[in-house]
Design a protein. Structure first.
Length: 94
Protein backbone atom coordinates (compact mmCIF):
# COMPACT_ATOMS: atom_id res chain seq x y z
CA UNK A 1 0.00 0.00 0.00
CA UNK A 2 1.25 3.48 -0.76
CA UNK A 3 0.49 6.74 0.96
CA UNK A 4 0.18 10.06 -0.81
CA UNK A 5 2.41 12.82 0.60
CA UNK A 6 2.62 16.51 -0.24
CA UNK A 7 6.01 18.21 0.02
CA UNK A 8 6.92 21.85 -0.54
CA UNK A 9 10.06 22.24 -2.68
CA UNK A 10 11.94 25.25 -3.97
CA UNK A 11 10.97 25.79 -7.64
CA UNK A 12 14.58 25.57 -8.87
CA UNK A 13 15.13 22.33 -6.96
CA UNK A 14 11.94 20.89 -8.43
CA UNK A 15 13.00 21.91 -11.95
CA UNK A 16 16.39 20.24 -11.52
CA UNK A 17 14.75 17.16 -10.05
CA UNK A 18 12.30 16.90 -12.96
CA UNK A 19 15.17 17.24 -15.43
CA UNK A 20 17.13 14.48 -13.69
CA UNK A 21 14.06 12.23 -13.59
CA UNK A 22 13.52 12.81 -17.32
CA UNK A 23 17.15 11.88 -18.01
CA UNK A 24 16.58 8.65 -16.09
CA UNK A 25 13.32 8.01 -17.93
CA UNK A 26 11.22 7.96 -14.77
CA UNK A 27 8.61 10.21 -13.20
CA UNK A 28 9.55 12.89 -10.71
CA UNK A 29 7.60 10.98 -8.04
CA UNK A 30 9.59 7.79 -8.74
CA UNK A 31 12.81 9.77 -8.61
CA UNK A 32 11.91 11.15 -5.17
CA UNK A 33 10.86 7.68 -3.94
CA UNK A 34 14.19 6.21 -5.04
CA UNK A 35 16.19 9.00 -3.39
CA UNK A 36 14.29 8.53 -0.15
CA UNK A 37 14.67 4.74 -0.21
CA UNK A 38 18.40 5.02 -0.99
CA UNK A 39 18.99 7.54 1.82
CA UNK A 40 17.18 5.28 4.31
CA UNK A 41 18.72 2.06 2.97
CA UNK A 42 15.17 0.83 2.40
CA UNK A 43 14.52 -1.86 -0.16
CA UNK A 44 12.97 -0.62 -3.38
CA UNK A 45 10.68 -2.57 -5.65
CA UNK A 46 12.57 -3.36 -8.79
CA UNK A 47 10.32 -4.26 -11.69
CA UNK A 48 11.82 -5.70 -14.77
CA UNK A 49 10.28 -3.74 -17.59
CA UNK A 50 10.53 -6.83 -19.78
CA UNK A 51 7.79 -8.33 -17.61
CA UNK A 52 5.44 -5.85 -19.26
CA UNK A 53 7.12 -4.87 -22.52
CA UNK A 54 9.28 -6.64 -25.08
CA UNK A 55 7.61 -9.99 -24.53
CA UNK A 56 7.80 -10.81 -28.22
CA UNK A 57 10.71 -9.97 -30.47
CA UNK A 58 9.24 -11.41 -33.67
CA UNK A 59 7.02 -9.73 -36.23
CA UNK A 60 6.40 -6.09 -36.95
CA UNK A 61 6.50 -3.51 -34.14
CA UNK A 62 3.14 -2.55 -32.69
CA UNK A 63 1.70 0.51 -30.99
CA UNK A 64 -0.85 -0.88 -28.55
CA UNK A 65 -1.82 2.54 -27.21
CA UNK A 66 -2.83 3.68 -30.68
CA UNK A 67 -4.04 0.40 -32.21
CA UNK A 68 -5.63 -1.44 -29.27
CA UNK A 69 -9.21 -1.27 -30.60
CA UNK A 70 -8.18 -2.72 -33.96
CA UNK A 71 -5.97 -5.38 -32.34
CA UNK A 72 -8.74 -6.48 -29.95
CA UNK A 73 -11.23 -6.53 -32.81
CA UNK A 74 -8.94 -8.77 -34.87
CA UNK A 75 -8.42 -11.14 -31.95
CA UNK A 76 -12.16 -11.36 -31.24
CA UNK A 77 -12.90 -11.97 -34.94
CA UNK A 78 -10.28 -14.74 -35.15
CA UNK A 79 -11.73 -16.38 -32.06
CA UNK A 80 -15.24 -16.13 -33.53
CA UNK A 81 -14.07 -17.74 -36.78
CA UNK A 82 -12.25 -20.46 -34.86
CA UNK A 83 -15.36 -21.32 -32.86
CA UNK A 84 -17.81 -21.19 -35.76
CA UNK A 85 -15.54 -23.16 -38.11
CA UNK A 86 -15.06 -25.86 -35.49
CA UNK A 87 -18.81 -25.99 -34.85
CA UNK A 88 -19.61 -26.44 -38.56
CA UNK A 89 -16.93 -29.11 -38.92
CA UNK A 90 -18.35 -31.13 -36.00
CA UNK A 91 -21.90 -30.81 -37.35
CA UNK A 92 -20.94 -32.11 -40.81
CA UNK A 93 -19.30 -35.29 -39.48
CA UNK A 94 -22.33 -36.46 -37.55
Amino acid sequence: MTIRTQVTIDPELQRLGREKAAELGISFAEYVRRLLARDLDAPTRRWKISAIFDLVDEGPPTNIARDKDEMIGEAVWKEHLRKTTRHRTKTRHR
